[in-house]
Design a protein around this ligand. Structure first.
Ligand code: COA
Length: 436
């Protein structure tokens, strides 16, 4: 059968497509802004027909109807990253969090840990050969589609086509349903950047040289860093994700990817979150290559990129330099994501550097993020052995190569002034010497 006939034979409405999901099965949902919201909502609307369906998802940007109170009998949310729409479900016991480095998630789908019954994904319209691009979310979504027994695809003409390794084919034997539904791709509005974040951005930028390759996390701090890179030359991107801020630096000629060691001239990422401006930029752009996360984030791949600088954030850091980036005490607020993948990769790369950048305080200035000890119950995301630099609005603390005593001092120097005295007295007790 031609791919066209296969495509036609699998075409159906979302309401019918979700009947392929059976009680007790595990469903992996396409990631972040690439979520196939139309079929996810159709599944949630038919909740009564399911019992104990496990929903595996990372950053859930849709309505997450399956995780709402009252859905417990029908769905159980298994978060690989806890986000805004699923935090409550996990905190109230309607869901769980599964710790795993981002680059290892595809392994879970194939090594017997989390076998995939159904993958629900979103893709572009097929090209002349029946290839449909997963566009902005290749990450774990493409590996899940390849590992799944059954794939339900929401085909959307708005999904950009991206290069690299981003496609499935309409004739793939495990695709059981194709649902055509054109709708705008979920957007993430650019964050508001405060003066504190601008100061952090400027401090991070002081550690970045012409020709460096960057990995940037999500949010205001990475965007603030980009604001201070306007005078740099020939920067490159090899990142878990990137957002709108990068487009401006391409247009102004700062990001060229010319000096990269691998994928010269190309952006490499596994997912994208931003506005239509970003999605238009990547659509059919031969300079943008999207690959699954077990390639992009694999520390062994990252380490091949000379001069790579990873920039991520944390919730708390103790005076030894170990960072909690995903939980406040016992409460899981996000996930490890690709933080450690890139920190480890950068540490093995020639002239690689890793930065943890964060505001010195949280909760409207009432608590310090630099603490004598992490809160009880906090998960250590990044160990004290891994961090090269910690950065706040008050400066840069180089931790790599420093003794426990010297790193504690370096961290106190970049703490908020309101909390420095308290930290200094802990320092004096711990190290039996005066803080001078
Ligand atoms: N004590 C108490 N509350 C704290 C806190 C602390 N030390 N640190 C943060 N919070 C609160 C904030 O006040 C905020 O609360 P609100 O939502 O009520 O305003 C909430 O926790 C989120 O913190 P915020 O600093 O706004 O988060 P962020 O969006 O800047 O993200 C991380 C910061 C660390 C959570 C995020 O970078 C992350 O999840 N990192 C791990 C994953 C990763 O690095 N991935 C790689 C790149 S994508």
């Amino acid at each position: 059968m031609s791919w066209e006939s296969e495509y036609q034979s699998k075409l159906m409405e979302a309401e019918r497509a979700v009947d392929f999901i059976k009680s007790g099965e595990r469903v992996v949902i396409g990631h972040a802004c690439g979520e196939p919201s139309h079929v996810v909502e159709a599944m949630a609307a038919k909740a009564e027909q399911y019992e104990n369906v496990e929903i595996v998802h990372m950053v859930a940007m849709g309505k997450a109807g399956y995780a709402q109170p009252g859905m417990e009998k029908h769905f159980r949310h298994n978060a690989l990253f806890v986000g805004g729409t699923t935090r409550k479900a996990v905190q109230e016991g309607r869901g769980d969090y599964t710790p795993c480095f981002f680059y290892r998630i595809p392994d879970l789908f194939t090594n017997g840990s989390l076998p995939v019954d159904v993958a629900m994904i979103q893709a572009s319209r097929p090209d002349g050969n029946g290839n449909m691009s997963l566009g902005i979310s290749v990450d774990y979504t493409l590996p899940a589609a390849r590992a799944a027994k059954k794939v339900i695809v929401q085909v959307n003409k708005e999904m950009p086509r991206t290069g690299g390794d981003s496609c499935i084919n309409a004739a793939d034997a495990n695709i059981v349903a194709i649902v055509e539904h054109d709708a705008p791709i979920i957007e993430l509005a650019p964050p508001k950047i405060s003066d504190v974040e601008k100061a952090i951005g400027a401090n991070c930028a002081s550690l970045i040289n012409d020709g460096d390759t960057l990995q940037l996390g999500i949010g205001a701090i990475p965007d603030a860093v980009l604001l201070f890179l306007k005078e740099k030359k020939d920067l490159g991107i090899h990142s878990e994700m990137f957002s709108d801020g990068v487009v401006e630096l391409v247009e102004s000629g700062v990001i060229t990817n010319k000096k990269k060691t691998t994928h010269v001239g190309k952006f490499v990422a596994n997912f994208l979150m931003g506005t239509k401006r970003l999605y238009d930029f990547v659509n059919n752009n031969p300079d943008v290559e999207m690959y699954p996360v077990d390639y992009v984030n694999n520390p062994v791949v990252v380490m091949k990129e000379d001069n790579i600088v990873s920039i991520n954030s944390c919730v708390q850091i103790d005076l030894m330099g170990q960072a909690a980036s995903e939980s406040i005490g016992y409460t899981q607020i996000s996930g490890v994501g690709g933080q450690v993948d890139f920190i480890r990769g950068a540490s093995m790369a020639k002239n690689g550097r890793s930065i943890l950048a964060f505001p010195s305080t949280a909760a409207k200035g009432t608590v310090s993020k630099i603490l004598p000890l992490l809160d009880e119950g906090a998960a250590v995301t990044t160990s004290r052995n891994d961090i090269d630099y910690a950065v706040t609005e008050y400066g840069v603390a180089k931790l790599a190569g420093k003794t426990l005593k010297d790193r504690a001092r370096a961290l106190i120097e970049i703490a908020h002034p309101d909390f420095r005295d308290g930290l200094k007295s802990v320092y004096e007790q711990r190290f039996h010497c005066k803080y001078e």
